[in-house]
Design a protein around this ligand. Structure first.
Ligand SMILES: Nc1ncnc2c1ncn2[C@@H]1O[C@H](COP(=O)(O)OP(=O)(O)OP(=O)(O)O)[C@@H](O)[C@H]1O
Length: 594
C-alpha cells in the first residue's frame, strides 16, 4: 500500500507520502503554487496506511481547510480519501489516494504507472462502468454524457485533455486518465450506491448526511407564483447548496445586462461545472433559486424560461432542483418563500440543517469598483439578504468559484430586525393621543407608514369617525365626511398621506368653520421603512392595491413639513412601533425585502 497526495487541478503529478513520515508541502516548484498567501511550509502531512488517513497539520499563517474544517496554525486533523484539502483560502485543492503497491496484483484499487509523469489508475469495479455515472446524472445516452464531459473540459480551458470517461465499453480494470473529475466521479458513484440503497430503504442514510430518494424523472410544478423544476437524479439532503442563476451560474453571451433571447447565455466561469459536481459528490443537494419577475410582467414566457433552465442543466450535466419566483410576494428573494417551500415540501421530509447550507449569488450589494476590473455596483443586495434572512452562509460567485477574497458591500439603510416594540410611540410624551372633545386629526405620512394601523389601534376604538380617500373614493368625499362628523359634534381622523399645505388646508378649514381644533399626526417612518411596509402589506393583505415606488417618491417630492402656522393646534410625531399578534407575521416582517 502506498499513499499519494494528488492535485485536483491536475497541476502536477502525485506526491508520495511515505508511511509515518512528515512531508511538508506549500508554495514552491513541487506544487507549482505561487500564491503568496500560501506559505512555503504550509502544511505537514503524515500518512497512516493502516487507517487509510493522513494527518494534516497547519504550519503557515493562513489557514488551510479539510472538508468543512478550517485549520489554524498548529491545528491538526485526520484527512480521509473522500475529503478535499484546500491549501489556502479555498484554493489549490488536493485529495489523498491510498493504493496497493503496483508490484502486487491489483485488488479493489488501481495501479500507479511509474513511467508516466501523469498518474493513471485502474478504476475500482464499483465505478468503472460508465453507466453508473450516466444513471446518476440522469442523462439519456452515454454519448450525450461523453459530449457533456468534453464540453466541461473545454470550459475549464483544458480541451487538450482526453475525455474523462471511456465509452460504454469501458470495463473494470481498464485504465483511465487521472484528473480532478475522476475523484469527483468516484464520490458520485459512491453516492449513487448509497442512493440506490436509500431508494430500496428510504430510512437508510449515509453516515453523516441525511439523504432522500433519488428523483426518477424530470417534472415541473407550479405553486402560485412559484415554478419548481425537479431534475431526474436530484436527491434530498440535509445539506443544501443554493445558487442564483443569472450572473452566478450563467451570464449573457452577448455581453448585455439582459439576455437578447433564450439562447443568449453561457456558463459564467469555467470553474462552475466542476465546483457544482464537487458539491454533489460531497453530499449536497444543489438548487438554483431565481427571481424572474419578467414572467408575471408578461415579458418572459414561462415556457421559454423553462426550456432555458433545462438547457442549462443539460449543459452542466448534473441533477439540480430549480426554484423560480415569477412575481412579487413571499417567493421573491430576499424573502424566504422559495427556501421555506424547499424545507417544508420539496426535500422528501429530510430536515435541512442550516449550518450545513450555503447560498451563492451576485446581488450582493457591492459598491462600484469593488474589484480592479469590476466597475459596476451590484444591481441589488437581494442574494446576500436572502441568505441572511434564512441564516445560512453567503458567497458571491467570485468568492465561491474563483476563491477571491470577501468584497466590501453596502447594507440596506432600514433593517427590519431592529424595529423596537417598546420604543416611544409618540412625541411629545406629555401630549394626549385622544381628545375628549370634538376635533379633526389630520394624518401626514408616507403610504405604508402605518397610519391606518395606528388609527385603528388607538383612535377608532375610542369613538373617532374615520375618513380615508382609498375607501371613500375622493378627497371631496373625505371633506364631506369631516363636515358631517363635526356637525354631529363628533371627532374624526383623516387617514390620507396629506403631504402638502393644500391637502391639509381642506380639513383645517372644516375645523375652523366649525370653531373646533385640528391636530396633525405626523408619521415619522422613513421612505425605506414605508417601502418595506408596503411590500409586507402586499404579502399579507390580499385586498390592498399595491403601492408602487412612483407613488412613494411622489409623496417625498411633495412633502412639506407640517407647522402650527398652517392652523394646527398641535402636531404629534407618531413613531413606528411594531405590534404583532401572530409570531409568524412578525418573523415575516423582520425579513429583509426588496
Ligand atoms: N405598528 C405596526 N406593527 C406591525 N405592522 C404594521 C404596523 N403598522 C403598519 N404595519 C404594517 O405595515 C403595512 C402598512 O401599514 P398601513 O396600511 O397601516 O399603512 P398606511 O400608512 O395606512 O398606508 P397607506 O397610506 O398606503 O394606506 C401593513 O401591512 C401593516 O400591517
Amino acid at each position: 500500500m502506498k499513499c499519494f497526495l494528488r492535485s485536483v487541478d491536475g497541476k502536477h503529478g502525485p506526491i508520495a507520502l511515505p508511511e509515518g513520515k512528515g512531508v511538508t508541502i506549500g508554495r514552491g516548484p513541487e506544487t507549482l503554487i505561487t500564491d503568496r498567501k500560501c506559505s512555503k511550509t504550509q502544511v505537514e502531512l503524515v500518512a497512516n496506511l493502516e487507517s487509510r488517513a493522513v494527518r494534516v497539520t497547519q504550519l503557515g499563517a493562513n489557514p488551510c481547510s479539510v472538508g468543512e474544517a478550517l485549520l489554524k496554525k498548529g491545528e491538526s486533523i485526520l484527512m480521509k480519501e473522500d475529503q478535499i484539502l484546500f491549501m489556502v483560502n479555498g484554493l489549490h485543492p488536493y485529495t489523498v489516494l491510498f493504493k496497493e503497491d503496483s508490484s502486487k496484483p491489483a485488488g479493489d484499487a488501481g495501479k500507479i504507472d511509474k513511467k508516466s509523469p501523469k498518474t493513471t489508475i485502474t478504476a475500482p469495479p464499483s465505478i468503472s462502468s460508465k453507466k453508473t455515472i450516466v444513471d446518476f446524472f440522469g442523462a439519456s445516452t452515454s454519448k450525450g454524457h461523453k459530449r457533456r464531459v468534453q464540453d466541461d473540459n473545454t470550459l475549464a480551458g483544458s480541451s487538450n485533455k482526453k475525455p474523462k470517461y471511456q465509452d460504454t465499453k469501458a470495463e473494470a480494470g481498464q485504465e483511465w486518465d487521472d484528473s480532478e473529475e475522476e475523484e469527483i466521479a468516484r464520490k458520485l458513484a459512491h453516492l449513487q450506491e448509497t442512493a440506490a440503497k436509500a431508494n430500496s430503504n428510504p430510512s437508510q442514510t449515509s453516515s453523516n448526511d441525511e439523504r432522500g430518494v433519488v428523483c426518477s424523472k424530470d417534472s415541473w410544478e407550479e405553486h402560485g407564483k412559484l415554478l419548481l423544476f425537479n431534475k431526474k437524479g436530484i436527491q434530498a439532503s440535509s445539506k443544501i447548496a443554493g445558487f442564483d442563476i443569472d450572473g452566478t451560474i450563467i451570464t449573457t453571451k452577448s455581453g448585455r445586462v439582459f439576455p437578447l433571447n433564450a439562447d443568449d447565455w453561457k456558463i459564467l466561469y469555467p470553474e462552475v461545472p466542476r465546483k457544482l459536481k464537487e458539491l454533489l459528490a460531497n453530499g449536497y443537494k444543489v438548487i438554483f433559486i431565481t427571481n424572474q419577475m419578467g414572467i408575471s410582467r408578461g415579458k418572459l414566457q414561462p415556457e421559454v424560461f423553462k426550456a432555458k433552465v433545462e438547457a442549462i442543466l443539460d449543459h452542466l450535466g448534473i441533477p439540480v432542483q430549480v426554484f423560480v419566483a415569477t412575481g412579487m410576494g413571499i417567493y421573491r428573494k430576499p424573502v424566504t418563500g422559495m427556501w421555506d417551500h424547499l424545507c417544508e415540501k420539496a426535500n422528501d421530509g429530510i430536515e435541512v440543517k442550516k449550518e450545513d447550507c450555503l447560498y451563492v449569488g451576485d446581488a450582493a450589494g457591492r459598491p462600484a469598483n469593488w474589484a480592479p476590473d469590476r466597475k459596476k455596483k451590484d444591481f441589488s443586495c437581494s442574494d446576500r439578504l436572502f441568505a441572511l434572512n434564512i441564516g445560512i452562509k453567503f458567497f458571491t460567485p467570485e468568492e465561491f468559484f474563483l476563491g477571491w477574497k470577501k468584497a466590501a458591500f453596502n447594507f440596506p439603510v432600514f433593517d427590519p430586525r431592529n424595529v423596537n416594540p417598546s420604543g416611544q410611540l409618540y412625541e411629545p410624551p406629555s401630549a394626549s393621543l385622544v381628545s375628549p372633545s370634538p376635533e379633526v386629526v389630520v394624518a401626514v405620512g408616507f403610504p405604508g407608514a402605518g397610519k391606518s394601523t395606528f388609527f385603528k389601534e388607538h383612535l377608532v376604538p375610542k369613538g373617532y369617525d374615520y375618513a380615508n380617500r382609498d375607501t371613500l373614493g375622493s378627497w371631496q368625499k373625505c371633506v364631506a365626511a369631516c363636515e358631517d362628523a363635526l356637525k354631529k359634534g363628533k371627532r374624526i381622523v383623516i387617514d390620507n398621506t396629506n403631504p402638502d399645505l393644500e391637502s391639509r388646508s381642506r380639513y383645517i378649514d372644516c375645523a375652523r368653520k366649525a370653531g373646533l381644533p385640528a391636530r396633525c399626526f405626523l408619521f415619522t417612518a422613513t421612505i425605506e421603512e414605508a417601502k418595506h411596509n408596503n411590500r409586507f402589506r402586499e404579502m399579507t393583505c390580499k385586498g390592498h392595491v399595491s403601492v408602487n415606488d412612483m407613488v412613494i417618491n411622489s409623496y417625498r417630492s411633495k412633502f412639506v413639513e407640517p407647522s402650527t402656522s398652517e392652523g394646527f393646534s398641535e402636531i404629534l410625531k407618531i413613531h413606528f412601533v411594531p405590534i404583532f399578534k401572530d409570531p409568524k407575521l412578525q418573523a415575516l416582517y423582520q425579513q429583509f425585502s426588496e
